[in-house]
Design a protein around this ligand. Sequence first.
Ligand SMILES: [Zn+2]
Length: 213
Amino acid sequence: MTQHHPDSFSLMEYSAGNLTEPHALCIRLHLDQCSHCRSRVDMLDSLGAIMMEQQPQVSVADTTFDSILARIDEGPGPDQVEAQQRRSVGPLQKLLGNDLDSLPWKRQLGDVSVLDISDRFPGQTEQVVLQKLTAGGKAPTHTHRGEETTIVLQGAFADNKGIFNQWDFVVLNQQDEHKPIALEGDDCITLSVLSAPVKLTGTFTRLLNPFIR
Ligand SMILES: [Zn+2]
């Protein structure tokens, strides 16, 4: 089951249609597999519709905003959480026209392969990268110069913040230094949207690779 979800602000931005296409794709992939977050977005969509209808008579105070966020954070009960589907990448597969294992991966040093798919998003300035870490493999220690939004598409990885399974969502920034390790079993494949390059901090300083963004 998905343990790491997009934060409330990201879901609000998604609901409002304010996210860039690559960021929206990350959220959509997660929503396809997470009934918890789908319920939160449904609630946001409803709230947004009500607020649109009532404008301009209603002004939204900070306290209202906070209470909306609190309600969203509560989410649905456990009975609403569905079983997760495996290996269903839906919108991404349509975009790539291929399954994940058949993509033209570029092998980097060590256990990491990468595929830059930024060109699938014409007009966007962010870098969009698929990253693959061989099952049981390790990525170099690195920090992040900007913000990186990542969703796990297959397999799982662990770092100092915990274990990230399929469809888990994680946002990393300048404060985060980590060294991801793929769990045994499937190769770990992630989709990342990067606002700035990665800064390597370990011994693999010549390495320019994924899991690293
Ligand atoms: Zn979720």
